[in-house]
Design a protein. Structure first.
Length: 395
């Protein structure tokens, strides 16, 4: 049961609490941020959640950070879609995706822009649920080096101040130094326009300490033209190869306390805060930890919580996506916690700009991007095959 040290669980859990492991959020957040890109890439890639991933691109601006002239500024872009396209989950399919004259390194920029626009509320909700169910569960699996003793208890802390609450913030993102950007996808065949992001409907994760410090983790503002990255490579180095197949050298993440939020190049205006840790109904719904073992009642509670987050009734497709994300994030987090990998994690390396700048360093930028990927050799081989005839990256 999550929140294991509540009174009703104390009698049977007292010995385990002596085995409590404190995990520093300052060192743990890169793994949480990595889960966002990981979930986008590994969960059923042929089920298209973005309109541009099943159509060729006829015309598109190249994504980049743009400076803001005023706080209310919103810059809007239009991408023109063409014929049907297959194979977005293959290297060749990515190469053939864009039909206009653009360098391959810019295709990556467009790809990451579209990829990081999808299912933001579903992922944010699923990851927060996974944190509660895995980190704060009294039924957690044994650590590899404590199989004969009591089951361990994990707790997040910020510095040496325990986390007393975690959950989801919903609100607005506004320009500050950088301009908020919104991308629309125009289908001329059907005269239809699709926009997946809304600056007035943004989601991020919050943590609160017992001292009252508020910590913000925003992993989805990249889709609005904001750049801050963490190198998650050291945090996934011991994970299975299917997890490490996702490039991890630059993972979007803004991690700040309320005292240093001025460092963000944009503003977050919170309109609603939804606690995951203190939702008692959610505790019972997540007691089985994994979606495939939950009862219909638990499924309905989880669906109801997600509907509270988004402020409307959800579709079956959205509910199933939350379920799928929970399943995959649970497996990855279980591996991290039961393996004790977090013990070796240190202060992360943070970058204020992306790698894909183009120019003479384009090839080395891509090498760095893929440096910790388990499929790195395969990446290099097909990049060589694609680039050398065109001379578009190596110069």
């Amino acid at each position: 049961m999550p929140a294991a040290c509540q009174k009703e669980a104390w009698k049977g859990h007292k010995k385990s609490c002596a085995q409590s492991h404190q995990i520093n959020l300052k060192h743990f957040y890169p793994f949480i941020a990595f889960l966002f890109d990981y979930l986008r890439r590994v969960t059923n890639p042929k089920d298209f959640y973005h309109p541009a991933h099943s159509r060729k691109i006829l015309d598109s601006p190249i994504p980049k950070v743009r400076k803001a002239s005023r706080s209310s500024q919103v810059l809007k872009h239009t991408v023109v879609l063409g014929d049907d396209h297959k194979g977005m989950d293959t290297p060749l399919g990515l190469v053939q995706w864009n039909q206009h004259d653009v360098k391959f390194i810019d295709i990556f920029k467009i790809y990451y822009q579209t990829l990081r626009e999808i299912t933001i509320p579903e992922m944010t909700t699923a990851i927060c649920m996974t944190l509660l169910a895995e980190v704060y569960s009294s039924d957690y699996a044994d650590l590899v080096d404590t199989k004969t003793g009591p089951k361990p208890c994990f707790r997040l802390e910020y510095g040496q101040s325990p986390i007393s609450d975690l959950g989801i913030c919903k609100g607005r993102i506004q320009s500050r130094r950088n301009c908020v950007q919104v991308w629309s996808y125009y289908d001329p065949k059907n005269d239809a326009r699709h926009t997946l992001t809304d600056p007035n409907n943004h989601y991020w994760i919050y943590f609160k300490t017992i001292r009252g410090d508020l910590i913000t983790l925003d992993c989805c503002s990249y889709s609005f033209g904001m750049e801050s990255f963490v190198d998650a490579g050291p945090y996934i180095a011991k994970l299975p190869s299917y997890v490490r197949a996702v490039e991890s050298a630059r993972i979007p993440a803004f991690f700040h306390t309320s005292q240093d939020e001025h460092r963000r190049p944009y503003s977050l205006i919170e309109e609603k805060r939804i606690s995951v840790m203190h939702n008692k109904r959610l505790h019972s719904a997540l007691s089985t930890r994994t979606p495939h073992t939950e009862s219909p009642v638990q499924t309905e509670i989880i669906r109801g919580f997600f509907e509270e987050v988004i402020g409307r009734k959800c579709t079956d497709k959205e509910a199933n996506k939350v379920r799928s994300y929970r399943l995959h994030s649970t497996a990855a987090m279980n591996e991290v916690l039961s393996g004790g990998y977090w013990r070796d994690w240190d202060k992360p390396t943070v970058y204020r700009e992306g790698l894909l700048k183009g120019g003479p360093n384009g090839w080395s930028d891509l090498q760095t991007l893929f440096k910790d990927s388990s499929s790195v050799q395969a990446h290099y081989e097909w990049l060589d095959e694609v680039f050398l005839p065109k001379k578009s990256v190596r110069r």
